[in-house]
Design a binder for this molecule. Structure first.
Ligand code: FAD
Length: 458
């Protein structure tokens, strides 16, 4: 088709930006007349808690601002809505960044089929990853199961540079005036305290600031929940306010342990997406099927105490309370809280994963479920089940002054220094704070014994 003829639809999903946007460029290769569309899909929205839903609202408003108020937002099932709108606007093609998640893949196949029936082209260009799932394979063509091997192959493969020159203004794109009512959420949205600034400009600002002031120390500070040592970009990466390709290009221009550590963390994100692409069942079931025989306790009272941050283990409680208050938890604390659920309370990992996915601002199916499985021992990698976090020792090591705990556990605010990690040792136990709900040393033995049974049976 000659450039400049007809209308194309750019259906935004997890790519809420205008820069470094291959799908936008593919639309422009056909025509300058582009309709910007977003579909609020209840299937996805019900999984998101108020925090993530509010952040999405903010991202959409920011994008609409960049488009001069021309983002058409509709609510409904994309399988019916996208073809309907394409017909209404006489579109010749619908352009997307490919989605590799289990639901997104099924949905996209159905939309493509419906468009095909109407003679409208489906063009998938780009993805939320620097290297899309399925590309990095072992020499025998199979998928990697171990991160370190995947990482080496991922680095060897290399990533394309950012797609610079994506048009960001209406001088190069004739964004269509939708001319119909849009379901764009009205400002200020739901009242969620502490929501980070959303959208492409905000994400780039955060990144530039981190490059200047955080990167050099990242490899050491990233494990400290009491310090602002990480990028906090995961929600922006999730919704595509900026692309990992752009981050990796900036990191490639730098050297040093900070840049290397951050490159490797971004690779974990890609690895887990790749794993889920090959094994979509791993979103709900044990990746390592030996764990199907694991003996779990289905104790809903214990689960409730964990969710509410009333376990009596300060670092776990601080994390769980931060999650409920802010939709956030530091990576180190996520690992400690997850390990506690699986190996001290012997609860099924998918209970905890569901709670995290609902409340996390950056809730992401691949990253969440596979990190949970990694902690539980049922996932990829040689993450050994017998490496069991001691929540007290972890707290003392990674929150050495106790500042993080005091910030989120008001009952412990008067306890000075790292004594906050062992409140049961204080001459007077702090009022209102629970005693430890389990004996860690004992539960550790129980966890090992249960693991021993499934490994012997295998
Ligand atoms: P940084 O340290 O600045 O890292 C930069 C980016 O690298 C992150 O934004 C993220 O995109 C990626 N990244 C870093 N660590 C990981 C990792 N272990 N796995 C995958 N990607 C990583 N991350 C999510 O984005 N969504 C989730 O739902 C999620 N659930 C998790 C659940 C558990 C039990 C655990 C242990 C980890 C989970 N993570 C999840 C990974 C990690 O905790 C977050 O990506 C990180 O804390 C986000 O903070 P940041 O952006 O400051 O990270």
């Amino acid at each position: 088709m000659a450039s400049g003829i007809g209308t194309a639809i750019l259906w935004f999903r997890r790519d809420l930006r205008l820069g470094d946007h291959p799908a936008l460029l593919s639309a422009l290769a056909r025509t300058r007349r582009v309709l910007a569309l977003f579909v609020l899909d209840d299937v996805l929205l019900v999984r998101a808690g108020a925090v993530r839903a509010s952040f999405l609202d903010e991202c959409l408003r920011a994008l609409d601002g960049q488009l001069g108020g021309r983002l058409l937002v509709v609510r409904g099932d994309p399988v019916t809505e996208v073809p309907k709108i394409a017909e209404e606007f006489g579109a010749v093609s619908v352009h997307v960044s490919a989605d590799f998640g289990p639901y997104g893949t099924r949905r996209d196949r159905a939309v493509e089929r419906e468009l095909g029936r109407r003679g409208i082209d489906w063009v998938a260009e780009g993805s939320p990853y620097a290297i899309p799932p399925g590309v990095i394979t072992k020499p025998d063509g199979g998928p990697y199961r171990v991160f370190s091997a995947y990482y080496r192959a991922w680095l060897r493969h290399g990533f394309p540079p950012p797609y610079r020159g994506s048009p960001s203004g209406r001088s190069t794109v004739d964004w269509l005036e939708p001319g119909r009512e849009s379901a764009l959420p009205a400002a200020p949205g739901r009242d969620v305290p502490g929501l980070p600034p959303a959208g492409e400009a905000a994400a780039n600002r955060i990144w530039r600031r981190f490059l200047r002031a955080g990167l050099d120390e990242y490899h050491t500070a990233r494990d400290r929940p009491d310090l602002p040592g990480t990028t906090r970009l995961s929600p922006h990466l999730h919704f595509g306010c900026l692309h990992p390709r752009s981050l990796l290009a900036d990191l490639a221009e730098r050297s040093g342990p900070g840049a290397q550590a951050l490159t490797s963390e971004l690779a974990w994100r890609e690895f887990f997406a790749d794993v889920l692409w090959h094994r979509p069942d791993a979103a709900r079931h044990n990746y390592d099927r030996r764990f199907d025989g694991m003996d779990y306790d289905f104790d809903s009272e214990a689960f409730e105490r964990w969710c509410e941050g009333r376990t009596g283990f300060p670092i776990v409680d601080a994390g769980m309370r931060q999650l409920l208050a802010e939709g956030w938890m530091h990576n180190r604390v996520r690992m400690i809280a997850a390990s506690f659920l699986v190996k001290d309370l012997h609860l099924p990992w998918w209970w905890g994963a569901r709670h995290f996915l609902r409340h996390l601002l950056d809730g992401d199916l691949a990253a969440n479920q596979l990190n949970w499985q990694w902690v539980a021992g049922s996932g990829t990698d040689a993450a050994p089940y017998f490496r069991i976090f001691n929540p007290t020792a972890q707290g003392e090591r990674f929150d050495p002054r106790g500042d993080y705990v005091r910030r989120y556990v008001p009952e412990l605010r008067a306890v000075p220094g790292k004594a906050v990690h062992r409140p049961w040792r204080l001459p007077e136990p702090p009022t209102g704070y629970p005693a430890p709900m389990v004996d860690h040393a004992h539960e550790r033995r129980v966890a090992l014994e249960r693991f021993g049974r499934i490994s012997r049976a295998a």
